[in-house]
Design a protein around this ligand. Structure first.
Ligand SMILES: [Zn+2]
Ligand SMILES: [Zn+2]
Length: 246
C-alpha cells in the first residue's frame, strides 16, 4: 500500500518539476550567480562561500542624519518621512542577487532576497504586527516591459510570512528616468519628486507602512513614496530594502 502512495507522490507536479531541474542541471551545470563556482543545484543560486559573505544588518537608519537607530520606535529625527531598514549592504554577492532579481527574470531568486528581508525585519525589531506591506510600484509601462515588479514579489513574500495585508497603495504616475542612470543625488530627488500618488481605493490613514523596494541609494524614491503615504495619513513608514548602496 505504501508503494501505491509513493506512486501518487511521484506523479506530483513538484516531483516532475524537480526531475526536470535535475535533467537541466546535468546538461547546464549550475553556477553561483555571484562568483561562478559550481553549485549543487541552480535553486541554491549562491555557493556556500558567497552565501556566508552576506552580512545581515540589524539596525534601521535615519534618512536625515544617516545615523544608525537601534530601536525604530525611537528615531533621532521625528520629522523624517520614513526610516530606512536595509537587510544588508551593497557589496558582493548582493549586487548579483539584485541584478538577477531585476533583469534576468530569475524570479526564484526573490525567495532568497525575501528571506534576507524577513530575517532583517525580525532582527531589527521592526514591529510588523499592525502594519501594511506596500511595494514601490513601477510605472505601468515599465512593468509591462519587464513582466513583473520585483518590489511586489518581495512585499508579497514578507506579507505572507508576517501574515499582514499587502496593499497596492501607490501608483507611479510619472515615467521617471532609471535612478541608476543619474549620478547626482539632487538629480535623483528631482527625478522622482511627485512620481507617486495614492490609490484612492486603499486607506493608509493611521497605518504603519512597510514600504518595500530592492535597493536604496540616495533614498529619493523611498522619500517621494513615503511623502505620498504620509500625506494620505500614514502614521509611520519604514523603507525595507534588500540593500543600502552608497
Ligand atoms: Zn559564489
Ligand atoms: Zn537622524
Amino acid at each position: 500500500m505504501t508503494m501505491g502512495n509513493r506512486a501518487i507522490h511521484n506523479d506530483s507536479p513538484l516531483f516532475l518539476k524537480r526531475a526536470a531541474e535535475k535533467i537541466a542541471d546535468a546538461f547546464f551545470p549550475p553556477r553561483c550567480i555571484a562568483c561562478g563556482h559550481a553549485i549543487a543545484h541552480q535553486r541554491a543560486f549562491l555557493c556556500a562561500a558567497c552565501f556566508d559573505a552576506i552580512e545581515l544588518n540589524s539596525a534601521c537608519y535615519c534618512p536625515i542624519c544617516l545615523g544608525r537607530i537601534g530601536d525604530p520606535r525611537h528615531p533621532c529625527h521625528r520629522n523624517a518621512d520614513y526610516l530606512l531598514a536595509p537587510a544588508t549592504f551593497y557589496k558582493d554577492p548582493v549586487p548579483a542577487i539584485i541584478h538577477c532579481l531585476k533583469y534576468q527574470k530569475l524570479i526564484g531568486v526573490s525567495t532568497l532576497a525575501s528571506a534576507l528581508l524577513i530575517a532583517h525585519l525580525n532582527r531589527a525589531a521592526v514591529p510588523p504586527d499592525q502594519c501594511l506591506f506596500v511595494p514601490i510600484p513601477l510605472h505601468p509601462s515599465r512593468e509591462r516591459e519587464r513582466g513583473f515588479n520585483q518590489a511586489f514579489l518581495l512585499a508579497q513574500s514578507c506579507a505572507n510570512y508576517f501574515n499582514r495585508p499587502l496593499a497596492d497603495a501607490l501608483t507611479r504616475i510619472v515615467k521617471t528616468k532609471q535612478q541608476a542612470s543619474l549620478r547626482d543625488a539632487m538629480q535623483r530627488h528631482t527625478n522622482v519628486a511627485g512620481a507617486f500618488t495614492l490609490n484612492p481605493s486603499v486607506s493608509v490613514r493611521g497605518a504603519t507602512i512597510i514600504l518595500v523596494d530592492d535597493v536604496s541609494t540616495s533614498g529619493a524614491t523611498l522619500g517621494a513614496a513615503a511623502r505620498a503615504l504620509r500625506a494620505g495619513g500614514a502614521r509611520r513608514v519604514i523603507g525595507a530594502v534588500i540593500a543600502k548602496a552608497q
